[in-house]
Design a protein around this ligand. Sequence first.
Ligand code: M6R
Length: 608
Amino acid sequence: MCGIVGYIGKRQAAPIILEGLSRLEYRGYDSAGIAVFDGDKINISKAAGRLKILEEMTHNGETLKGFVGIGHTRWATHGVPSTINAHPHYNREETIAVVHNGIIENYIALRKMLKEKGYEMVSDTDTEVVAHLIDYYYKGNPLEAITKVLHRVEGSYALGVIFSEHPDQLFAARKDSPLIVGQNEEGCFIASDVPAILKYTRQVTYVDNQEIVRLRGDHMHFYTVDEEEIKKESVTIEWDSKAAEKGGYEHFMLKEMYEQPKGVADTLLPRIKDGEVVIDELNMTDEELLSVKKIYIVACGSAYHVGVTGKYVLENLARISVEVDLASEFRYRNPVLEEGAMVIVVSQSGETADTLAALRESQKRGFKVLGIVNVVGSSIAREADSVLYTWAGPEIAVATTKAYSTQLIALYLLALKFARIRKTVEDKVFAGLLEDLKKLPDQIELLLSNKNHIQKFANRYIGAKDIFFIGRGIDYAISLEGSLKLKEISYIHSEAYAAGELKHGTISLIEEGTLVAAVATQPELFAKTISNMVEVKARGAFVLAVTNEGNMEIEKAADYVIYIPETNPCFANSLAIIPLQLFGYYVAVGKGCDVDKPRNLAKSVTVE
Ligand code: M6R
């Protein structure tokens, strides 16, 4: 989604801002812009398309001289991707410039009001309204004008604002859209995400909802929307900045697939101690866990697919009832949440707007929320009642791989913890399950080493029109993710179907040569899935099967088989997903797609 970077200090602002924006490119955007005060006026340069165009236009920022500035990468919501709609936006005298992430929900009413007062809009954006509204309230005191605006606007925002009359100050404000500020000996920074300023400082402060920041070159002041000054603590970011670089891989996605064994081990091993699952972060006693009557898992996209897997695993191992919801549905469906239930939200970024809203909705109704989150210090991590971090490290590619794999581990651990407390698995079985979990990193490594075969197979499908994924139970959850991976980066239409549902409609789409990927990792369902494979094969499909080592029976119904090493069927997703990730990746590479930054998509979906 949109990215913000701002700088004020002793160095030239533009190169720092452009460098910061390049670190946010992975989030997805369609245009970029920058505003810098040159000692006399604010100059804005913007361009539709890649940041590279803006870098060339400004000679990497050389032509925009000045020590204070703001920059933005825009992912269009209101108004098409274009230079005019790109941020920053000016007020009418060009003395104020604004960048904005989020959505101003009452912008139509504000636009009307401003037009009546004689303001003219040049863009179709909701953001431009903010620039004019600040102008309307500005009587020489920027802080006062911004606070008045924050009382008028509805929706979500992270804002960066500069005033030509106050070139020694840079302002920022936030509500429901991430924003951080940082400082080093040469200046102060604002950014919508940590990687943007990691090169310059590791000392950052998270701006909270409805807070305003006034940055001068050497210090930062924080205010409430009522202009009361507040004190805030900074935190030190521990990430290795190398982790956010490609390190010789052709794409971040490939690199991140290869980081899965480590991410899985880092998420798993510290939580297994003396043959038990220890999750201190839950902040719940065994009695409290025992009193949990039901679990709701709420998430979006791949994190939702993790939830679907989690339902099967938790219900199977811990015999506890689980409901899984898409966060965008949950927040508006007025759900009936059963007393004694626990809500779990799953999110890599910790900033997904719908997931955050679902968390707040649950808390409003008096339920405690556990967040399974990858980005430390993100909004969900800060607002959840307890946080179980996945230790995947920074994930840059839009298509998630390593975060997904670590989220699965977090849910397996919870399932085992509940199973232990609820005494639903025997000691011997429990010990076996832990052993199987510990083998996963090596088994994933082994599957990754098979990439050349999968690449060859994938090359046959770069021209495909439709590809279907089928499976039952956990295999259906794996199919959902396999299908999403393929379609989001290769733009090939793909659907995942519960194998038993095929004959209720979708089978009519099968034509001669259509690829159907059948996932069959659940021994008690093999025979059923094989029947569905035979059915599609009889209608001309080419059947790729992903199944367990030793399941030779499947070769009768499949045209191509990928075997996964032996594990407990509850954990099969962690292995079966690897060849499907590789398949999606190589189809997209074969088609020449922009794998790490697929069209129309953003890494972190911070608007509805
Ligand atoms: O950051 P989150 O885990 O909350 O993101 C959820 C989805 O937006 C995300 O999983 C999305 O579906 C990915 N593009 C899938 O690869």
